[in-house]
Design a protein around this ligand. Structure first.
Ligand code: FES
Length: 178
């Protein structure tokens, strides 16, 4: 009886596949562990840990540092890309901070965007003439609801935007968009 083990036989196909798999997995794990810290450093955070917050961004999609907005004089309304891509006005306050109340640039009449008029201190919709006070309350129709709000928080020079779900300070009631 032949009890010798055939050392010079090529590995079976399944054994070769296993070796290929293990080699591939090792290479992938090594490359992944080396590239992860680099990717984490290069890609800015986009979502807060809780509350559905997003970073305010410019029109190219890059996060806007708070210092860039605060370099503008008090009273400035800076337009940023907000939650769900909604254009949102951020206001520079007299004390050198950013107003925690962001104003969504979407007319509550039929959805036009509108500019801030610094002379009249109003948001003025060019489509049908609705006007809003600096806090987004209706001054003149046909719009009959205040502008949607976004909660603004500045942390470590980053501007975080959150859905406004608390009482609407202009009406003292539950927001119409919640
Ligand atoms: S869409 Fe703004 S007034 Fe009609």
């Amino acid at each position: 009886m032949d009890n010798t083990f055939p050392l010079d036989e090529p590995p079976s196909l399944s054994r070769r596949q296993l070796l290929n798999f293990l080699t591939g997995a090792t290479v992938a794990a090594t490359a992944g562990s080396a590239l992860y810290p680099v990717a984490k450093f290069m890609v800015p955070p986009t979502v807060a840990a809780a509350g559905g917050g997003l970073l305010a961004k410019d029109k190219l999609g890059a996060p806007i540092p708070a210092s860039q907005i605060l370099a503008e004089p008090p009273g400035t309304r800076a337009l940023v890309a907000g939650l769900a891509g909604e254009p949102t006005y951020l206001t520079v306050l007299d004390d050198g901070s950013i107003d925690p109340m962001g104003i969504v640039d979407n007319c509550t009449h039929l959805g036009c965007t509108f500019p801030w008029n610094p002379l009249d201190q109003q948001f003025q919709c060019p489509c049908h003439g609705s006007r809003y006070s600096p806090d987004g309350a209706v001054v003149r129709g046909p719009a009959d609801r205040p502008l949607k709000l976004t909660r603004v928080e500045v942390r470590d020079n980053a501007i975080w935007l959150y859905p406004w779900t608390e009482t609407d300070p202009r009406t003292g009631e539950r927001p119409w968009w919640v």
